[in-house]
Ligand binder design. Structure first.
Ligand SMILES: [Zn+2]
Length: 778
C-alpha cells in the first residue's frame, strides 16, 4: 500500500491472519502485531509517500458465513467476501473505517478454469509459469474498505448493456438464465438513477452476484452487488411477490452505488443515512418502472409501519445512534436505521417538495463525491434548495428516539392537535417534535408545522379531517370515540394508504393497552368487507402475529375465521388469466394463513400437492403447508424431498413453512436441525426459524431448541444480521411462558455487539406476553 507517514508510526487493523513480513520501499521493516487486539504497528514510516508491502497468510475458516468465507452449494463452493461493517480487516491489513478511502489495485492468481470477480473489470488475465492464471483488475475509484469485493469460483455469467455500463448477473453454474428479469430491471433502475442524481454511474461494469449461502439480504459492494439467490434468480417458478421483492432489493443496492459508495458516511453513526436513503429511493424508482405495483404499499407495510412498532419500544434508539466502537454498529442495522430513517426522509420530501429534494440530493452528491459526509451536510443542501428550515426539523427527528402520537379532538368547528411521545409499554411521556402535519381539511390537502405541544385549525367538517394524509408522516394518530365512529362510517371511502394507517395505529394502541381490543377488531371486520390490498396484507400480518402469540384467545380466532375467507372469496383462491400482479401478491400472504387456520381451504389447497411443480408460484407455499396440515407426519418425507431436490433458495423457502407447521415437536425439531446440518444452504435457517416461530404449537419446541443450539448458531451466524433476526423475531414469540428463563439464559450469553438486540428482544417478549393476557381475558 502507498501511505504518507504523517503520523510517524502506521497503525493498521488486522484480524485473524498471520503477518509474515513488512517491507517499506523494498527494505525490511520492524513491526509489532498484537493479535488479540487486531493491531499491526509499523513504527518507522517515512514522511514522504512510501510503499509498504505486507506479506500475510489468511486461513479461511470452515464455519463462518461473514468476512472471507466459503459460500457452499452441493459439494462445491465459491470463495467470497462480505465486509460491512468491519470485516475488511479480517481479509487484508488496512485502516478499516469508512473515512479512510483508498484506491485498490487487485491482482489474484488462481488455478485454471476458475473465475474471479471484484469491484472493477479484470484488465488482463495471463497464464503464469506454473500454469495458473493471474487476474489483474482495474484500479477502483477512491472508496471505503467495507465496499471491497472479491469472489473466486465457477461463476456463470449473463450480461446486458445499460448505457456505457455492462450489467452482469453472476451465479453458480446452471442458474444465470434465471437472472434475466433482474438484469432488465436493474438496467432500467441504473438509468433512472443517473437521471435522478444527474451523475453518471462511475464504473464500467456492475455485477449482481447471487450467493448460494449468504447471511443477510444483499450488499452494495461498489460495482459488485452481492445478494441471496432468491432476490436475483427468478424464473417462471417465482411469484409476483418474489419479483417485487427482488426488484426492490436491487433498486436499494443500486441507489447505494451513489449514496454510500460514491459519498460515504464519515462514521457509522450516520449509517442510517445510507440505509434510509436507499430504502426511500427503492419505491421511488420502482414506481417509475411499475406504477401498477404501488410500491409505497410495501414501503408502508415493511418499512414505516414496522419501524413505528420498533420505535415505540423504550429500548429504541435515535436514528443517529451513538456508535462509539465498531462492535456497536452491528446492532443498528435495524428497522430504525432503515424503515424509520426512510420514513423521515419521505416526510422531509413531502415537506420541501419533490423537485427541491432531488436538487438538494444531487448537489450534496456532487459536493462530496469520492469523499465522506454527514447528515448535516444533506440537510444544509436541502435547506438551500427549498428555503425551509430543514436542518431544524431533521435534527429533531434524527437525534430523538421515539415518535409522537398526535391526539385529535374536535369541537365547534375546530380540530385540536396535541402531541406526546408514544410508547408500547403504555407510559405517556412528554416529548415534542416539529411535525410537518399533512392534513386533508374539507377535502383539500394542507400542510402545517406542529412545532409545539398543541395547536388548532378550523374546518367546516372537523370530524372529516384526515391527519397524516397518505401516511407520509412518522407519527400515529389517536381519535376519541366520536372520531372513530365517524371514521368507521366513511371507512370504505378513504384512500387505501390512509385506511392502512388507521389500522396500523389501532394495532399499536392495542399492543400498548391504550384501547379496548374490541375497537381494533371492529376495524378488522370493516376491512374484511373491503377490496383493499394494502389493508388486507396488513391485517393478515397482524392476525398472523396475534395467532402466533395467542391462538387460544376467542376474540383472535373469531377474527381470523371471518377475515381470511372473506378476503379470499373476493380475489379467488386461484390465479385468474390476465390478473393484476398486485392481487397475486396478496393471495400469497392470505393463502398461507388460510392453510394454517382453515381446514376447508387446507383440503382444497392440499389437492394441488400431487402436481406440485405445476402449482402457480403464488400459492405453492400454501399448497405445501396445506399438505402438511391435512396429512400430518406422513407429509414430512415428501416435503423434505422437495427441499432436497429444489434447484434454488426460492423453491426451498416455499416449503419451509410447511416443514415447520407440524404439531409433533420432533418433526419441527428435525427441520430446525436441517438448517444447520450443512445438508441445505446455511442461508435457510432464516426461513426455518421464522417459520417455526409462526406456529403457535411449536413455541416450546423452538425455545428449547434455541437454548440447545444457541452456541452452534452463534458459531455460524454470530456477527451477522441473521443472528439478530433469530433473537428479536423468534424469541418474543417462542419465549412466551418462559419469560424469566429467557432473561436468565440470554443474560448469561450476552456479548457487546448484541446489547441493543438483547434489550429489544426482552421488551418485545414482555409486550407480547402482556397482549396475550389481555386478549385471553377479553
Ligand atoms: Zn442498504
Amino acid at each position: 500500500m502507498k501511505v504518507r507517514g504523517s503520523e510517524g508510526a502506521l497503525s493498521l487493523d488486522a484480524v485473524d491472519m498471520k503477518i509474515d513480513s513488512v517491507r517499506i520501499d523494498g527494505r525490511d521493516s520492524r513491526f509489532k502485531f498484537d493479535k488479540k487486539k487486531g493491531r499491526l504497528r509499523i513504527p518507522a514510516v517515512p514522511k514522504k509517500e512510501s510503499t509498504v508491502t505486507i506479506t500475510y497468510t489468511k486461513q479461511v475458516a470452515d464455519d463462518v458465513i461473514v468476512g472471507l468465507y466459503k459460500s457452499r452449494y452441493g459439494k462445491d463452493h465459491m470463495l467470497v467476501t462480505d465486509l460491512e461493517p468491519a470485516k475488511a480487516r479480517t481479509v487484508f491489513p488496512c485502516k478499516d473505517e469508512p473515512l479512510y478511502k483508498a484506491v485498490f489495485k487487485l491482482t489474484v492468481t488462481t488455478d485454471r478454469g476458475i473465475s474471479v470477480i471484484s469491484n472493477t473489470l479484470s484488465r488482463s488475465e495471463e497464464v503464469t509459469e506454473d500454469g495458473r492464471v493471474k487476474f489483474e483488475f482495474d484500479p477502483t475509484p477512491r472508496m471505503s474498505t467495507y465496499l471491497f469485493f472479491l469472489g473466486v469460483g465457477s461463476f456463470e455469467e449473463r450480461s446486458i448493456a445499460s448505457g456505457k455500463t455492462r450489467l452482469t448477473v453472476a451465479s453458480r453454474p446452471g442458474q444465470s438464465h434465471k437472472g434475466e428479469f433482474i438484469l432488465e430491471t436493474s438496467a432500467a433502475v441504473l438509468k433512472g438513477y443517473e437521471k435522478y442524481f444527474g451523475i453518471g454511474y462511475p464504473l464500467k461494469k456492475l455485477h449482481l452476484i447471487a450467493l448460494p449461502e449468504y447471511h443477510t439480504g444483499a450488499m452494495e459492494n461498489w460495482g459488485a452487488i452481492t445478494s441471496r439467490e432468491s432476490f436475483v434468480l427468478l424464473d417462471e417458478n417465482s411469484s409476483a411477490a418474489d419479483q417485487r421483492t427482488g426488484a426492490g432489493v436491487m433498486a436499494h443496492e443500486i441507489a447505494h452505488q451513489w449514496f454510500g459508495d460514491l459519498v460515504t458516511m464519515k462514521w457509522w453513526d450516520d449509517l442510517w443515512l445510507n440505509e434510509s436513503f436507499a430504502s426511500f429511493m427503492d419505491p421511488k424508482m420502482i414506481e417509475k418502472l411499475h406504477p401498477e405495483w404501488d410500491p409505497w404499499r410495501d414501503f408502508l407495510r415493511f418499512g414505516t409501519f414496522r419501524s413505528l412498532n420498533a420505535d415505540a419500544l423504550s429500548t429504541t434508539h435515535p436514528i443517529q445512534a451513538k456508535v462509539k466502537s465498531v462492535e456497536q454498529v452491528e446492532g443498528i442495522f435495524d428497522s430504525i436505521s432503515y424503515g424509520k430513517g426512510a420514513a423521515v426522509l419521505r416526510m422531509l420530501e413531502s415537506y420541501v417538495g419533490e423537485e427541491a429534494f432531488r436538487r438538494g440530493v444531487a448537489a450534496y452528491l456532487r459536493r462530496f463525491e469520492y469523499s465522506n459526509a454527514r447528515g448535516e451536510d444533506l440537510w444544509e443542501a436541502l435547506g438551500k434548495t427549498s428555503g425551509l428550515p430543514v436542518s431544524r426539523v431533521a435534527r429533531a427527528w434524527i437525534t430523538k428516539a421515539g415518535f409522537p402520537v398526535v391526539t385529535v379532538r374536535t369541537s365547534n368547528g375546530k380540530v385540536k392537535f396535541s402531541q406526546s411521545r408514544f410508547r408500547l409499554n403504555g407510559e405517556e411521556t412528554d416529548g415534542s417534535w416539529p411535525i410537518p402535519l399533512n392534513l386533508q381539511v374539507d377535502g383539500k390537502p394542507r400542510t402545517m408545522l406542529l412545532d409545539r405541544k398543541s395547536m388548532s385549525v378550523s374546518a367546516r367538517k372537523p370530524l372529516e379531517v384526515v391527519v397524516n394524509r397518505r401516511r407520509t408522516g412518522f407519527y400515529s394518530v389517536l381519535h376519541d370515540k366520536e372520531g372513530y365512529d365517524q371514521i368507521a362510517r366513511r371507512f370504505a371511502t378513504l384512500h387505501s394508504h390512509d385506511r392502512a394507517g388507521i389500522i396500523n395505529d389501532l394495532y399499536l394502541f392495542l399492543q400498548a393497552g391504550k384501547i379496548e381490543p374490541e375497537l381494533y377488531f371492529r376495524f378488522v371486520s370493516l376491512t374484511a368487507r373491503l377490496a383493499d390490498l394494502l389493508a388486507t396484507e396488513l391485517v393478515t400480518d397482524q392476525l398472523a402475529n396475534l395467532r402466533a402469540i395467542a391462538d387460544e384467545a376467542g376474540i383472535v380466532r373469531e377474527s381470523y375465521t371471518e377475515f381470511y375467507p372473506a378476503q379470499i372469496q373476493r380475489i379467488g383462491l386461484f390465479r385468474k388469466k390476465g390478473e393484476d400482479d398486485s392481487i397475486s401478491t396478496v393471495r400469497e400472504t392470505l393463502a398461507e394463513q388460510l392453510a394454517r387456520t382453515n381446514m376447508y381451504y387446507a383440503r382444497k389447497l392440499a389437492r394441488g400437492f400431487a402436481a406440485y411443480q405445476e402449482v402457480e408460484p403464488d400459492i405453492r407455499a400454501a399448497v405445501a403447508l396445506s399438505y402438511a396440515v391435512t396429512r400430518g407426519e406422513a407429509a414430512f418425507d415428501p416435503l423434505l424431498k422437495l427441499v432436497m431436490d429444489a434447484s434454488n433458495e426460492l423453491e426451498r423457502a416455499k416449503v419451509y413453512p410447511a416443514l415447520t407447521s407440524f404439531d409433533d415437536p420432533s418433526l419441527v425439531e428435525k427441520t430446525l436441525e436441517l438448517g444447520i446440518s450443512g445438508k441445505v444452504s446455511r442461508s435457510d435457517s432464516r426461513f426455518i426459524i421464522l417459520g417455526a416461530a409462526s406456529n403457535p404449537r411449536a413455541r416450546a419446541t423452538l425455545w428449547k431448541w434455541l437454548v440447545k443450539r444457541y452456541d452452534r448458531l452463534h458459531d455460524i451466524y454470530g456477527g451477522s444480521f441473521q443472528f439478530y433476526l433469530f433473537l428479536d423475531r423468534a424469541i418474543p414469540r417462542c419465549g412466551i411462558g418462559h419469560e424469566s428463563e429467557v432473561r436468565r439464559f440470554i443474560s448469561g450469553k450476552r456479548f457487546k455487539e448484541g446489547e441493543t438486540t438483547f434489550r429489544r428482544t426482552f421488551e418485545l417478549l414482555d409486550t407480547n406476553s402482556g397482549l396475550r393476557q389481555r386478549l385471553l381475558a377479553s
